[in-house]
Design a protein around this ligand. Sequence first.
Ligand code: ADP
Ligand code: MG
Length: 264
Amino acid sequence: MNGLEAVGVSVEIERKQILDGVSFNAPSGELTALIGPNGAGKSTLLHTIAGASVGRVSGQVLFEGEDLLRMPRRRRAQRIALVEQEAHTELALSVQEAVSLGRIPHLGPFGTETEKDTDLVFQSIAAAGLSTSEFAGREIAGLSGGEKQRVLLAKALAQEPELLLLDEPTNHLDIAAQLSVLNLLRRLGDSKITSIAAIHDLGLAVAYADQVVVLFSGKVVASGPVESTITPDLIADVFRVRAQVLKDPDGNRKVFALSPLDQD
Ligand code: ADP
Ligand code: MG
């Protein structure tokens, strides 16, 4: 099976079952949106796939047929990047230094950056939508939430992953920046990168993702192509809101109007 295949993934943290038999497929070179209400287990699932779970993990995660959960750390870091919601360890660094961290899994035994690594760092900063002349030397701690989020994305791009995992990559961004990041993720598919992104905004998920996995209380309640999977009934069941499908003037994708369930 191409891409990522999760089979019966369960995670227990402090004797609490957080993920319960999660199975889904994220096809190669496509953008898969992970949606579900707060606390559904989206972040836990992304951390688990990245090999960064703090819990007890069972089940299998195959990527291009290889078992990710049992893969040596360095090899995993060469193939998978995780964009977390917040910058933690990078705060004391400059943008260039933080993005350079993405190159570490690919450096030789002496850990020296070559010209190619440095070029990639600058290309990644630009690809994430930051001007290199303005931002490369800036300290992360002094950046806005949206700028920090772009630095984390740049670091992940510099890692040249085959699988890119993103935890709500657009939540600090203004609407134009959200669309540009999602466009970038779609374009990454052309270079065969498989992306899985937790996306809060249903409208954005429907507009940009190819596939969707819907999590609810640690279980997959639906998965498949966005168009056929995200339906008004599913939205009502999972998010407790009423959804009406509107006609998209371009005729390409569904557009939903959301309102409270008990309102006519
Ligand atoms: P989501 O990202 O969908 O909002 P999370 O994966 O963050 O959901 O959380 C799923 C559930 O797991 C929540 O009930 C949360 O409280 C719990 N959880 C997540 N991480 C931990 C942890 N380290 N310790 C205890 N409970 C956790
Ligand atoms: Mg989360």
